[in-house]
Write a protein that binds this ligand. Structure first.
Ligand code: NAD
Length: 291
């Protein structure tokens, strides 16, 4: 069993980005710049955004963090996005989800200039992805593709089962794995909350991607021996013995599943780190297309 270590794979991607940024600076150009908007003080969102900003610094990108109050009006958020759309020094814009109830996520996603849509959630980006055109790929599925590439996982002709059909993970993941790409060309089954007899699909998977948000849902008897298992889940599970009062759990019961697999991503230290690598790559691509 091989551990698909996100620390190793993301470090390789980031090293490459750092070198590319140094080359830009050496040529007298500015660095790529990512702007993040954080609404409210949700603990997990704070952690994710802080990590994105820190990673920008690590590779030499510029970053801006715009913080807005939990009760901000939708119109004020849309104005903040417009200001970043209009700012020539900003290459990529992300609005950390989820957003408070008074705000339409769809309106926010559509307000971002598609040329700066480094989260890849704008319908224009999604449409291009579906048609196999160059586009911003949502960071988590992109990160998983980078992970498959880093560890040179053979995907061609394999049966991939994706659990979850969200716009940010499951659905784009299923599109990428089925696309005619170096680490695609899978036959893909997409499962969701209405799938009957989920285990029967999972046990047929050469590649199993779990993105349903239910801690330790995938058990050993749902996994085919020798499968590649990609665990996307991140859930904070209360635990009084943990320093922070919670532990991060994936969607896969790692201890019992790992010995059965050919390769598996850990949580934490797997897909989460690759998500940031995907976001940074999108930011550089946005910069390159704009300069
Ligand atoms: P979501 O809630 O939007 O979607 C979950 C999907 O799982 C839905 O399509 C639903 O139909 C399906 N589902 C739910 N219960 C199911 C069941 N019992 N059987 C089969 N399918 C079921 O979630 P999301 O935004 O796609 O995120 C999924 C998980 O991935 C969450 O734990 C989230 O925190 C995590 N996540 C991790 C990263 C990362 O960087 N590692 C990024 C995004 C999301």
């Amino acid at each position: 069993m091989m551990v698909l270590d996100g620390k190793i794979a993301s470090a390789a991607v980031k090293e490459q980005l750092k070198q590319q940024t140094e080359q830009l600076r050496a040529a007298g150009k500015r660095a790529p710049h990512l702007a993040a908007i954080l609404v409210g003080t949700n603990g997990a969102s704070e952690t994710y955004v802080a990590s994105k900003v820190r990673n920008c610094e690590e590779v030499g990108f510029g970053s801006t963090l715009v913080r807005l109050e939990e009760n901000v009006a939708e119109s004020a958020l849309l104005e903040a996005i417009q200001a970043l759309n209009d700012d020539p020094g900003v290459d990529g814009i992300l609005v950390q989800l989820p957003l408070p109830k008074q705000i339409s996520e769809q309106k926010v996603i559509e307000a971002i200039n598609p040329a700066k849509d480094v989260d890849g959630f704008h319908p224009s980006s999604v449409g291009k992805l579906v048609q196999g055109l160059p586009s911003f790929i949502p960071a988590t599925p992109y990160g998983i593709m980078l992970m498959l590439e880093h560890f040179n996982i053979d995907t061609k002709g394999k049966h991939a089962v994706v659990i979850g059909r969200s716009n940010i993970v499951g659905r784009p993941m299923s599109i990428l794995l089925s696309s005619n790409l170096a680490y695609g060309n899978c036959t893909v089954t997409i499962c969701h909350s209405h799938t009957k007899n989920l285990a029967a699909f999972c046990t047929q998977a050469d590649i199993l991607v779990a993105a349903l948000g239910r801690p330790e849902f995938v058990k050993a008897d749902m996994v085919k021996p020798g499968a590649i298992v990609i665990d996307v889940g991140i859930t904070r599970v209360e635990d009084a013995t943990a320093k922070k009062g919670f532990r991060i759990k994936g969607d896969v019961a790692y201890a019992e599943v790992a010995p059965k697999t050919a390769a598996i991503t850990p949580v934490p230290g797997g897909v989460g780190l690759m998500t940031i690598a995907g976001l940074l790559k999108n930011t550089l691509a946005a910069y390159q297309a704009r300069t």
